[in-house]
Design a protein around this ligand. Structure first.
Ligand SMILES: NC(=O)CC[C@H](N)C(=O)O
Length: 305
């Protein structure tokens, strides 16, 4: 991990996201890596304990909560589970699918996922969602109010997607309410260490490695990891699987969590992004660690280079 940190610290490609104004303030030099095992141990280097908004890395965890509530088959039926091959905020992806379904890890499918979180009111749904993600992290997660306000003031594209979904009967609550809860979920503050531990919960059949709580079922874990493998890095998901060989999920604040089933998870945070919205240092460091640690699911032995 120290070698990965030293090797990629001076990487200068990529740009910090600025379509959400508050994210433009992020430090482009910030870089943290954390690995967590299913036994509860964690190892960190760099800015692994600096908080940032979770953004799209929240999506697989909310999908997990919805699978628990509805069952994995019903969740797949309502949301779709196929990669779109298109950018995370694509409207076209929705229009091109005959059933108007995408998957829980792009904005359209993620807003639909959030609309399925059980609860009679917005506040009940939000409480349940936040409590669920906090159980993955093993601590109470709080919102970044500045990021929330900034995104809420500028997210008309997501509002449009939600109304379009509703028109196709692919959204399961009031569209504006669904986007509001989704925007809150994206603004939850986490650290790379939190993401590694949340990922390690998915690696360990749903058992939170530090608290020992069974957060979700082993079956839900398998479903979530499958969608992460095919769609976790948006239109770069194929290249990611080709190079890294593990399920992962990125977000526009620069986080990426990568899961090694049965072993643990690696999380990297570094804000500069490539054109698809995936952290540049995050991808480089994870690829390096997957190779060095022999984590690639398709490899028969650790390859060293
Ligand atoms: N890729 C992302 O992280 C996108 C999340 C962000 N909140 C959005 O909806 O645009």
């Amino acid at each position: 991990m120290e070698t990965a940190y030293a090797r990629f610290r001076d990487e200068r490609t990529g740009h910090v996201a600025d379509y959400i104004p508050a994210l433009a303030k992020a430090d482009p030099d910030a870089f943290g890596i954390c690995a967590a095992g299913t036994g509860g141990e964690s190892f960190a280097v760099g800015d692994a304990d600096v908080p940032f908004s979770i953004q799209s890395v929240s999506k697989p965890f909310v999908f997990a909560l919805v699978c628990e509530a509805l069952g994995a088959a019903e969740a797949a039926e309502r949301l779709g589970v196929d990669a779109t091959g298109m950018p995370f905020n694509s409207v076209m992806a929705l229009e091109l699918d005959a059933d108007r379904a995408t998957n829980p890890l792009v904005n359209s499918g993620a807003i639909a996922t959030t609309s399925l979180v059980p609860g009679a009111t917005v506040e009940e749904r939000w409480d349940r969602l936040r409590a669920g993600l906090s159980r993955f992290a093993g601590r109470a997660l709080a919102m970044d109010d500045d990021v929330y306000a900034s995104e809420a003031a500028t997210n008309l594209r997501n509002v449009g997607i939600a109304h379009l979904l509703r028109g196709y009967s692919r959204l399961f609550s009031d569209p504006d309410e669904a986007v509001d809860v989704y925007t809150r979920q994206c603004s939850l503050l986490v650290t790379a260490r939190d993401l590694a531990i949340m990922g390690a919960t998915l690696a360990g059949g749903g058992v939170q490695p530090v608290t020992g709580e069974q957060v979700i079922s082993p079956d839900t874990c398998r479903r979530v990891l499958a969608v992460m493998a095919t769609a976790g890095l948006y239109e770069r998901s194929g290249s990611w699987l080709y190079d890294v060989g593990l399920p992962g999920k990125s977000g526009v604040s620069g986080g990426i969590v990568t899961v090694s089933p049965g072993k643990g998870a690696v999380a990297v945070w570094s804000p500069p992004l490539d054109a698809a919205g995936n952290s540049v240092r995050g991808q480089l460091a994870t690829r390096f660690l997957s190779e060095r640690l022999g984590l690639n699911l398709f490899a028969s032995a650790a390859s060293r280079n």
